[in-house]
Design a binder for this molecule. Structure first.
Ligand code: SAM
Ligand code: SF4
Length: 334
């Protein structure tokens, strides 16, 4: 089978799948408090998600990251994870991971491990209980911390993802770094992106440039640049004093598009070839209209990959939020 290669000669072997647009949190940079969610019938069923992912795997996708919304609030989602185990066993799928807010990890960590998941990314922006309640609106920090404990106990490697927010978690840079080091967890910072209409927003006010954050870190630690790229947008350094890896996802200060190997599938079966562009392809009709053959779906995927753009256009440099996209992050999957 010919692999998926886009017009810029990038091999596409990484699929991120949003399995729900729903969430038990309402993080202020991600959702408005009163979100309208999609009617259930719009969502791909678990069987459709399986067919969709299996087709991508047949076409050369080796890494699947499950996201949302909050993936672990989707009903029976473990059925889907367990179904993907067969591809891991066959060796066609090399990695099955998820990005989660951690609220349900205490319940599911063991099942995830049994399904073949070995790494999880947990999003956590602060270690202060009140600030956590403020930023997530509905979340409770102790629940997430218990989830992280359970994940580590189950044998999952945990990476913490923190959105860098000016005036919010700037003062926790060192406490969070040390907390992660003490628990043997890597830490990645993400620049806040202009996604979705979330009401009362102040993206420029929130925007904490990661080059500044990095300068701050280097006051306390010796930073060694690591050449490794995990196929994702993060650049990594090692903190020599702790040995831990710290990543920077900098869509705004550093363009990483030239090595992009990924596409994103929404919970309704739209394929976004780039997080920062509106272009998408409807794969759900190719799937639903042809229940007996995957050939039309394969063709629809190939046609979509042929349209993958060179890069995104997010730009804060003119002091306005340019290149904004109207989708919420929870729609495309972070
Ligand atoms: N609910 C899960 C979670 O929070 O990890 C998975 C979905 S969430 C949309 C994925 C990631 O996107 C999280 O790390 C979140 O912090 C990040 N995110 C959401 N909105 C963002 C924004 N506007 N800019 C940057 N990152 C954002
Ligand atoms: Fe939910 Fe994740 Fe968005 Fe927070 S960032 S509201 S946890 S989807």
């Amino acid at each position: 089978m010919t692999p998926l290669i886009d017009p810029f000669q990038r091999a596409i072997n990484y699929l991120r799948v949003s399995v729900t647009d729903r969430c038990d949190f309402r993080c202020v940079y991600c959702m408005s408090e009163n979100m309208t969610f999609l009617p259930k019938k719009e969502l791909l069923t678990l069987e459709e998600l399986d067919r969709m992912c299996s087709t991508f795997i047949r076409l050369g996708v080796e890494k699947l990251r499950i996201t949302g919304g909050e993936p672990l609030v989707r009903r029976d989602i473990m059925t889907f994870f367990r179904a993907m185990t067969r591809h891991l066993d066959e060796g066609t799928l090399r990695e099955l991971t998820l990005t989660t807010n951690g609220s349900q990890l205490e319940r599911f960590a063991g099942d995830l491990y049994d399904a073949g998941v070995r790494r999880v990314n947990v999003s956590l922006d602060t270690l202060d209980e009140q600030k956590f309640a403020d930023i997530t609106r509905w979340g409770r920090l102790p629940q997430v911390l218990s989830g992280i404990d359970a994940a580590q106990k189950a044998g999952l490697r945990v990476k913490i993802n923190a959105v860098a927010l000016k005036g919010f978690n700037e003062d926790e840079l060192f406490t969070m770094t040390e907390w992660c080091a003490a628990r043997d967890m890597d830490l990645t910072f993400i620049e806040v992106m202009p996604m979705g209409d979330i009401g009362n927003e102040d993206r420029l006010g929130q925007y904490w440039k990661l080059s500044d954050l990095r300068d701050e870190l280097s006051k306390e630690y010796t930073l060694t640049d690591l050449p490794e790229r995990t196929g994702g947008p993060a650049r990594y350094v090692r903190l020599e004093e702790t040995g831990q890896k710290v990543g920077f996802i900098t869509p705004l200060t550093h363009n990483f598009c030239e090595s992009c190997n990924r596409v994103r599938l929404t919970c309704t079966g739209e394929l976004f070839m780039c997080l920062g562009q509106e272009d998408n392809a409807d794969l759900r009709s190719a799937l639903r209209n042809h229940p007996k053959s995957d050939q039309p779906l394969e063709q629809a995927i190939r046609d979509a990959i042929a349209l993958k753009p060179k890069g995104h256009d997010f730009d804060y440099s003119r002091q306005t939020v340019d290149g904004r996209v109207s989708r919420h992050m929870s729609h495309t999957g972070g």
